[in-house]
Design a protein around this ligand. Structure first.
Ligand SMILES: N[C@@H](CCC(=O)N[C@@H](CS)C(=O)NCC(=O)O)C(=O)O
Length: 196
């Protein structure tokens, strides 16, 4: 039976894509870098994924959307360890902050002033603060001292915040220390959006 290499569709800047790239660092795969917001790359995305979001993977005939489901698919396929409930909650915290920051970034790119005193913006800011503060506390307690999938996801988020200057992390010193402790890792430097 002919087997093809897993294809990962994404962009170099997306924190959701980067976590999968880092997780697959030692697993053969093809990375397809798309500019998802216009042109032929958006057609490539739309032909395969009606959610119009990245990442997605293609494994022979199977297409899987959403980083969390992709992680489950890869764990199943390669017998990677599955996540504990505590780690699932950590991912939910990371994803909640990431989703709100993605929304604020897209609003900003749509020329909307997200510093205005509006309910929607306030809710996103409040969620970003609350999830990041909680994650900072979890780092303090040692929950991210191993380099595993939740740590990779947290790194992708913190590094993207720094790269895009999305939030002031000075009040979250342990998130910054976590970033600093991991920024030389080979899969981190190999997927750095500043240089790839
Ligand atoms: N829950 C999804 C979120 C993916 C997501 O929001 N990706 C962003 C890029 S960072 C995207 O494709 N946004 C396109 C859009 O919102 O139109 C996952 O975990 O994969």
């Amino acid at each position: 039976m002919k087997t093809t290499m897993i294809k990962l569709y994404g962009s170099t800047t997306s924190p959701y894509v980067r976590r999968i790239r880092m997780w697959l660092a030692n697993t053969e795969h093809e990375f397809i870098n798309l500019q998802i917001f216009a042109g032929k790359d958006r057609v490539i995305l739309a032909e395969r994924n009606p959610t119009l979001k990245i990442p997605m993977i293609e494994d022979d005939e199977t297409v899987i959307f959403d980083s969390r489901v992709i992680f489950r698919y890869l764990s199943d396929k390669y017998q990677f360890p599955s996540l504990s409930w505590e780690q699932e909650n950590q991912l939910t915290l990371i994803d909640a902050a990431t989703d709100s920051l993605v929304q604020m970034l897209l609003l900003g790119r749509s020329d909307i002033d997200t510093s205005e005193d509006k309910m929607y913006f306030k809710l996103q800011r409040e969620r970003v603060n609350s999830t990041l503060s909680h994650l900072n506390e979890l780092v303090t307690q040692g929950h991210f001292s191993d380099w595993n999938y939740p740590s990779i996801c947290l790194y992708s988020l913190v590094d993207w915040i720094e790269f895009r200057t999305l939030h002031d992390l000075q009040q979250m010193p342990d998130l910054l220390a976590f970033h600093n402790a991991n920024h030389q890792r080979i899969e981190v430097t190999a997927t750095d959006p500043r240089s790839t």
